[in-house]
Design a protein around this ligand. Structure first.
Ligand SMILES: *[C@@H]1O[C@H](CO)[C@@H](O)[C@H](O)[C@H]1NC(C)=O
Ligand SMILES: *[C@@H]1O[C@H](CO)[C@@H](O)[C@H](O)[C@H]1NC(C)=O
Ligand SMILES: *[C@@H]1O[C@H](CO)[C@@H](O)[C@H](O)[C@H]1NC(C)=O
Ligand SMILES: *[C@@H]1O[C@H](CO)[C@@H](O)[C@H](O)[C@H]1NC(C)=O
Ligand SMILES: *[C@@H]1O[C@H](CO)[C@@H](O)[C@H](O)[C@H]1NC(C)=O
Ligand SMILES: *[C@@H]1O[C@H](CO)[C@@H](O)[C@H](O)[C@H]1NC(C)=O
Ligand SMILES: *[C@@H]1O[C@H](CO)[C@@H](O)[C@H](O)[C@H]1NC(C)=O
Length: 263
């Protein structure tokens, strides 16, 4: 009896307008995420005559409250022990739900279905964007090719990579143009991203690579000196010449000292 009532209600829902604008909320994988939902009752809350379903637009039930109590039977397996409501707050219209921990699978659109005396309402529509923070980017300098390569992985969604370069002579810093940057993006199992971005270091003394995650609104950046620690680099031929010069100087000094001691 109750089951068929629920099915009927869900059929009706297809024709119901949403009560409010879709809200976008961004969360971070692994952290708890609160879906805020405040409903204003037109009549006092009757727990025993109410159904509340927290569900995704594809009808996966995250959490259910049926006839006065939380009902795990209707809950999707993926959300067992992962969701929490505030039962004592329901009479005040607080239909907020916590997902803990948030996963990449939760990157979807959700809504609350509230059925009161066979009268269904669609509440609190939300689209969740899940961010996964990237690992600290690393820069490797290739002195032979005169390039710097910045790499990081494990993040979501696809990041933006921004390079800055400090000029060798004037010492001022500028942001590199897209055409000066070659970025390879690899999607790992369609979930997280691995990136590798390469720029030329000719004429620069310092490079900075910034990886921006648009969903977490977070930037990770790394800076590296381009010039080798010794400062000036010698041509191999120059090294040989200097070595011979040094030998001659040593010889002269030794000879000079020998002459002096003979005196
Ligand atoms: C609902 O109650 C919880 C727990 O007290 C609180 O954190 C949350 O902000 C409340 N949500 C709304 C929409 O009032
Ligand atoms: C709701 O149902 C419970 C038991 O199913 C009962 O004890 C309670 O009195 C009912 N509440 C109302 C307001 O009818
Ligand atoms: C949920 O938690 C309960 C008790 O803590 C446990 O018995 C049950 O196996 C858990 N279910 C899942 C799917 O992890
Ligand atoms: C439906 O939504 C759930 C919850 O967000 C998600 O885990 C599942 O992958 C989705 N299923 C389909 C077929 O899109
Ligand atoms: C997350 O949601 C956005 C927008 O709904 C979609 O473009 C993207 O493909 C989703 N990502 C995953 C991993 O499902
Ligand atoms: C949430 O994520 C979306 C998609 O990546 C982004 O466009 C938006 O700016 C983010 N919002 C905030 C507040 O960071
Ligand atoms: C992203 O963060 C910066 C501060 O780091 C802030 O000024 C900006 O408003 C944020 N953008 C969004 C979309 O939330």
């Amino acid at each position: 009896m109750k089951q068929s009532a629920v099915s009927l209600v869900f059929l009706l829902l297809l024709f119901l307008p949403l009560s409010s604008e879709n809200v976008i909320v961004n969360g971070t994988r692994g952290a708890p995420w609160l879906w805020p939902c405040q409903h204003t009752f037109t009549e006092p809350f009757q727990p025993n005559d109410s159904f509340i379903y927290w569900q995704s637009l594809n009808n996966t039930v995250l959490h259910a409250y049926v006839n006065g109590k939380e009902e795990s039977k209707h809950q999707n397996q993926l959300f067992k022990n992962k969701t929490k409501i505030f039962p004592d707050q329901l009479p005040f219209g607080n239909f907020s739900l916590v997902i803990d921990p948030l996963t990449l699978n939760d990157n979807t659109s959700l809504e609350v279905i509230f059925v009161e005396e066979m009268n269904p309402k669609r509440l609190c529509p939300v689209t969740v964007y899940v961010a996964v923070p990237f690992q600290e980017p690393k820069i490797e300098i290739n002195q032979k090719e005169m390039t710097a390569t910045c790499s990081t992985k494990g993040g979501y969604p696809e990041p933006r990579v921004i390079w800055k370069s400090r000029d060798h002579l004037q010492g001022h810093e500028r942001t590199l143009e897209p055409h000066e940057v070659r970025t390879i993006v690899i999607s790992v199992e369609g979930k997280t991203y691995r990136i590798s971005s390469t720029v030329s270091i000719t004429g620069s003394s310092k490079v900075t690579c910034a990886v921006y995650n648009p969903t977490s609104n977070q930037t990770l950046s790394t800076t590296k000196d381009v010039t080798p620690p010794s400062g000036v680099r010698f041509h191999p031929a120059a090294v040989v010449v200097l070595f011979i010069l040094a030998l001659i100087v040593c010889f002269s000094v030794v000879l000079f000292l020998c002459y002096r001691s003979e005196d």
